[in-house]
Design a protein around this ligand. Structure first.
Ligand SMILES: [Zn+2]
Length: 123
């Protein structure tokens, strides 16, 4: 029997989910083409600042892809957390079966491990 108010966490998870979905949409609209498209445009432009533009384009691309990847990973975690609320296993550490703790869930509502196990797997 869980003492956690899942309705509250569900609301936060759904809000965060909506926010990340918008962010991913935005990143995909901002960069509809591939890297080679961008490089092609730059090559045709033939500006003096060619190498600088190239580096900037590559850097922007990596940054956006990193953000998008991170957002999609978090979206998967949020979906899994919402599923755990449905299953009644929300707030329980997947490794040791102990409660994750309200403090940790407030900070990261999609946390699947208690702080001790999280430290263990990431160290
Ligand atoms: Zn644990």
């Amino acid at each position: 029997m869980s003492t956690i108010d899942t309705a509250d966490y569900r609301k936060r998870l759904e809000e965060e989910r909506a926010r990340l979905t918008r962010a991913v949409d935005f990143l995909e609209k901002e960069n509809p083409g591939s890297v080679s498209d961008e490089l092609g445009e730059l090559a045709e432009g033939g500006t003096d600042n060619h190498l600088g533009d190239l580096a900037t384009a590559m850097y922007d691309r990596e940054l956006d892809e990193g953000l998008e990847e991170g957002a999609q990973q978090t979206l998967r975690e949020i979906d899994a957390a919402l599923q755990r609320i449905e299953d009644g296993t929300y707030g329980v550490c997947e490794m040791c079966g102990k409660p994750i703790g309200a403090d940790r869930l407030s900070a990261i509502p999609w946390a699947r491990l208690c702080i001790d196990d999280q430290r263990r797997v990431s160290s």
